[in-house]
Design a protein around this ligand. Structure first.
Ligand SMILES: C[S@@+](CC[C@H](N)C(=O)[O-])C[C@H]1O[C@@H](n2cnc3c(N)ncnc32)[C@H](O)[C@@H]1O
Length: 217
């Protein structure tokens, strides 16, 4: 069971790149979805990202940089999908977008002030979560996680069917997370944090990761 190292999942997101923002913007296949308050919450998320203090931020699994583009300071977006990265670079004229593996980040220890990841953490299976959190703690001391909040019409976790505009069908692993759950998991990985946003559709937290903190002896 895999998400971040699954070739079919990688191909699915690469194929989805050009239509990905329809999910955020309620267009195309998402125009008919009954999602009360969705657009207002997307705007809230943008505000959360925009309000983060300026710094060197790495957005892991940045997708089209829909959120990344609102970061203050130097932003780097990393994604496995070349098509996503091409779109992200257009949105980051003063930043950088590159292809790479979220579970083996191509950066030196402490290269960033912060790692941000949106709608990626909740897709990871347990061993991928462990690998991702270790990498995040290696390259930065702060982690922002943005993800989908629990919904009454979906199980908290499971395999979801996804259909692209060309009619092709795909499956991805997905969890729906409250800020409390994310913070609890980050706590188990050695972090301490706070809720940045708790909505009907989205959850966002900030945590300090201590894995690489200097020892006090
Ligand atoms: C649901 S999208 C999230 C995109 C964006 N962060 C957002 O919130 O709109 C998940 C992203 O994870 C990327 N991804 C999957 N596995 C990856 C990996 N091992 N390394 C980097 N990116 C990966 C996919 O290409 C896709 O763009």
């Amino acid at each position: 069971m895999s998400f971040a190292r699954d070739a079919a999942t990688h191909a699915y997101y690469d194929a989805r790149a050009g239509e990905y923002d329809e999910w955020y913007e309620g267009e195309g296949r998402f125009a008919d979805r009954d999602r009360p308050g969705w657009s207002a919450e997307v705007e809230e998320l943008v505000r959360v990202v925009d309000a983060l203090p300026s710094g060197r931020t790495l957005d892991v699994a940045c997708g089209t940089a829909f959120l990344t583009q609102h970061l203050q300071g130097f932003a780097v977006g990393l994604d496995q999908s070349p098509s996503m990265v091409a779109l992200a670079q257009e949105r980051l004229p003063d930043g950088l977008a590159l292809t790479g593996d979220a579970l083996a980040l191509p950066f030196a220890d402490r290269a960033f002030d912060r790692v941000l990841t949106a709608h990626f953490y909740g897709h990871l299976v347990p061993e991928e979560r462990t690998a991702f959190l270790a990498e995040a703690a290696r390259v930065a001391s702060e982690l922002i996680v943005i993800d989908s909040a629990p919904r009454e019409d979906r199980p908290l976790e499971g395999w979801e069917q996804r259909i692209l505009n060309d009619g092709s069908e795909h499956k991805v692993f997905k969890r729906f997370l409250t800020p409390e759950t994310i913070l609890e998991e980050l706590g188990e990985a050695g972090g301490t944090g706070e809720t940045l946003y708790e909505g009907r559709w989205f959850s966002a937290v900030r945590a300090t990761l201590w894995t690489n903190a200097p020892s006090v002896d």
